[in-house]
Design a protein around this ligand. Structure first.
Ligand code: C2E
Ligand code: MG
Ligand code: MG
Ligand code: MG
Length: 277
């Protein structure tokens, strides 16, 4: 396409592409040692039960504080980690820290006994096939009860190769951990997928939640997801709850759990302990 547009144009595109590639390569290099240099940490976003408003768990969200560039969003660097394969070393560290923190919540705070921690896992981590063993090892090493660890996978991780993915999910669930489908509703698979892919929970994507008060279609879809999931024995979690009205309508429609800026922002582990105290 660029070639057809002429030589100068080609050079322009090529230089812009070089710069993008260069930025990516540099980010990959920086990310390589980031964990060991202590630049990566976990933030925890509280998850509440809608029925009684109880704090029941937290989602672990990776944070990168770059020495020169400051904080870099996961939406940018997770992709680099995924493409480069670095996620295969970072992922297990995330799992370990999250489980260790959760065990501390259980031992330090009486009412923390029931708290779960939910960890995001990328498609590549699932496909490597090592995840079930990694999970079993980290549960053994940390002593966290398996039911208190939730693994979040996006639809893209299970789409395409459903037979393989279902087998991996079954192995994962046989360790006792719960598997949640993240960003649910954004992929192409939709509700029919839930019959074939064994999961314990679905997280309704923020894009639906943000419009439940304004857009009757989004409310209808959200209500349908809740009904369908419940009929299959699947828990429903709403993400991105930013308004009291959204919280209220989700509770009214029977949604089980929720997280979002209106209820609680992601915070560092000390601040999260403050919420428990
Ligand atoms: P996600 O798993 O869907 O996480 C939810 C994202 O929504 C988080 O963004 C969270 O900070 C943000 N959020 C929560 N409540 C609200 C709200 O009320 N309004 C809005 N607008 N946003 C809200 P974050 O932390 O930037 O993470 C982005 C994505 O990066 C995550 O999406 C997840 O896919 C990925 N990610 C984060 N940590 C990890 C990790 O340790 N491993 C892997 N593989 N992916 C991760
Ligand atoms: Mg998530
Ligand atoms: Mg999500
Ligand atoms: Mg809409």
């Amino acid at each position: 396409q660029a070639k057809v547009a002429g030589k100068s144009c080609y050079r322009f595109y090529s230089r812009a592409m070089d710069q993008a590639v260069e930025r990516r390569v540099r980010m990959e290099q920086d990310l390589r040692g980031a964990w060991d240099r202590g630049e990566l940490s976990l933030a925890y976003q509280p998850i509440y039960r809608l029925g009684d408003g109880q704090l029941v768990g937290a989602e672990a969200l990776l944070r990168w504080h770059h020495p020169e560039q400051g904080s870099i969003a996961p939406s940018v660097f997770i992709d680099v980690a995924e493409q480069s394969g670095l996620i295969e070393t970072i992922g297990p560290e995330v799992l370990r820290v999250a489980c260790n923190d959760a065990v501390r919540w259980h031992t330090q705070f009486n009412r923390g006994k029931e708290l779960f921690v939910s960890v995001n896992v990328s498609p590549r981590q699932l496909r490597s096939g090592e995840l079930p063993d990694q999970v079993a090892t980290v549960l053994r090493d940390t002593g966290l009860p398996a039911s208190q660890l939730h693994i979040e996978l996006t639809e893209t991780a299970v789409i395409g190769d459903e037979v393989h993915a279902s087998a991996l999910l079954a192995r994962l669930r046989s360790t006792g951990v719960k598997v949640w489908l993240d960003d649910f509703g954004t992929g192409f698979s939709g509700l029919s997928h839930l019959r074939r892919v064994p999961v314990d929970g679905v997280k309704i994507d923020r894009s639906f939640v943000s419009d439940v008060l304004r857009d009757p279609d989004d409310l209808a879809l959200t209500t349908a997801i809740i009904a369908m999931a419940h009929s299959l024995g699947i828990t429903v979690i709403a993400e991105g709850v930013e308004k009291e009205g959204q919280y209220a309508i989700l509770r009214e429609r029977g949604c089980d759990l929720a997280q979002g800026y209106w209820i609680g922002h992601p915070v560092n582990v000390q601040e999260f302990c403050g919420l428990l105290a």
